[in-house]
Ligand binder design. Sequence first.
Ligand code: E4P
Length: 214
Amino acid sequence: MKFFVDTANVASIREAYSWGIVDGVTTNPTLVAKEGRDFKETILEICNIVNGPVSAEVVSLDTEGMVKEALEISDWHPNIVIKIPMTKDGMAAVRRLTKEGIKTNVTLVFSASQALIAAKAGATYISVFVGRLDDAGHNGLDVVFDTVQMIDNYDFDSEVIVASVRHPLHVVKSAQMGAHIATVPFPVLDSMFKHPMTDIGIERFLKDWEKVPK
Ligand code: E4P
């Protein structure tokens, strides 16, 4: 399973990347706005830190506008993946961009039928928003399970991204289901390293090491 970090915060990305387990980055308009910085400058700085796919989202709602934005943004750096919302216009844009060799990440996917459409359109990545589904009283992981199964059944090229991750169990359960990627917010990724018994164990080993004659 690949890990992407779900943030536009350059300091967090730099730190997470230094851990050696980050394969890419996803951003969205909300995450970029939070940083209060220029969009292009932020994305380019991220591309210079991480050697892997970096998702940047278009904001147009019509196919022509999305394709125009996508062509411009994808020109900034070879690692950029264009994030496109799950709409009819969006899927028409995905089809055209795929033909042009531009990688896409279909975002705001909340059902297996939407995921199937995105795969048919030729999406490189399909982002299933598990946390927001859970928030709305559904089981987001059910959609991940169904999507992975459909992709496998028909050998679609798309990779499933588990997005809107809220806790480590979302990542672990998705890994068991065979999801290709989890895009994880920095605090959740950080917490995946931790277990109190590891800290206690290290403390005990160090204490005992002091008793070894030197
Ligand atoms: C996906 O790529 C999105 O950036 C993200 O996972 C959205 O998650 P949220 O529900 O935490 O906003």
